[in-house]
Design a protein around this ligand. Structure first.
Ligand SMILES: [Zn+2]
Length: 336
């Protein structure tokens, strides 16, 4: 008995130590003050107030605020942007912003601070991926703008300058030598830009649920990509939220059958909330909490919970912030 005691104690101590390490691994809240420099004007639906609403709402959740690792991201370099974008286009955006900006397309405004904002937006996602893959955070949510999932290789589109999440996936392959990255896009619009950045790489799988017919008009179910790595789920507006949720899980199940991701990236657009001015989906903040918990459970099973999400759309600022808080709280609850 006396011989067994030290071993029993050491096993118990080891178990406590592992548990302590696991429970201390924080969820990161990643942002960059330069994201506010993208000045589209208050008359534009993608204005700076929609981003400011998230930290403002977080102040009313002091326990959640205290649980998060607050991390200021960095600026992506031109070389990192070139993982998915044309070098001449990158330089064109920088020069256009330097010269005072204007419209890059009918929807997409550039101001003098937009290059700094857009590179910070991408840089936050890249930093978040480093945090999660280097074991400094369990999961990460990036509160960033401009959004990214409509930006294609050589062109801005739909409020987006550079492909935050698409670049993140390509960066994870390049920098961290991953072989299997899953992207889930629950924004109400099809992530055509993300699709265009990743569909030529068989190591990335892309699942997008979106309203159809709707902007930008792409994302038909038959768009599977040259390697069959795209799962597009076009849906009519006004259906029950459970219908959208079931359709999304069906696509995720199909994408992960006999294929286990090493990292999950989420284009967390909250314009798929009921009442958003730019969409007709019916999800609620509680639905996003439920989906996040379930995705957390699956991600733990797939890849030790490694998940990075980034804000895309969401044009009712208060509702977007409420959903972002619900998403964050679910990340924290699931990780602890
Ligand atoms: Zn959207």
């Amino acid at each position: 008995m006396t011989m067994l005691l030290p071993e029993t104690v050491s096993v118990a101590v080891a178990a406590v130590a592992v548990d302590a390490v696991t429970s201390r691994m924080p969820v990161a809240f990643v942002s960059h003050s330069d994201c506010g420099l993208h000045d589209t004007g208050w008359g534009h639906v993608e204005h700076v107030g929609r981003l400011r609403a998230i930290p403002s709402a977080l102040k009313y959740h002091p326990e959640l605020f205290g649980d998060l690792l607050h991390h200021e991201g960095r600026h992506a370099t031109p070389e990192e942007l070139a993982l998915g974008h044309d070098a001449a286009y990158i330089e064109r955006v920088r020069t256009f912003a330097d010269q005072g900006g204007g419209h890059l397309d009918p929807d997409t405004v550039v101001s003098t601070g937009s290059y700094l904002a857009a590179t910070a937006s991408v840089g936050c996602v890249l930093d978040a991926i480093d945090l999660v893959l280097d074991g400094r955070a369990s999961r990460a949510f990036c509160a960033v703008r401009p959004p990214g999932h409509h930006a294609v290789h050589d062109r801005a589109m739909g409020f987006c300058l550079f492909g935050n999440i698409g670049l993140g996936a390509l960066y994870a392959l390049e920098r961290h030598e991953l072989q299997r990255v899953l992207i889930i896009d629950w924004d109400v619009h099809h992530g055509n830009g993300t699709q265009s950045l990743v569909e030529h790489d068989a190591r990335i799988r892309f699942v997008s649920i979106h309203q159809s017919p709707w902007y930008p008009g792409t994302g038909a179910a038959h768009e599977r990509g040259e390697f069959g790595t795209l799962w597009n789920v076009p849906m009519a507006p006004g259906l029950s939220s459970t219908t959208y949720t079931a359709a999304l899980w069906q696509a995720i199940d199909n994408a992960t059958r006999d294929w286990t991701p090493q990292l999950v990236l989420v284009s967390a657009g909250f314009d798929s909330l009921a009442g958003d001015p730019l969409g007709g989906f019916t999800w609620t903040a509680e639905d996003f909490a439920t989906m996040t918990r379930e995705l957390g459970r699956r991600t733990r099973h797939w890849c030790d919970g490694r998940m990075v999400s980034a804000l895309e759309g969401g044009y009712a600022p208060a509702a977007t912030a409420t959903a972002a808080i619900a998403h964050l709280q679910a990340l924290v609850d699931d990780a602890s």
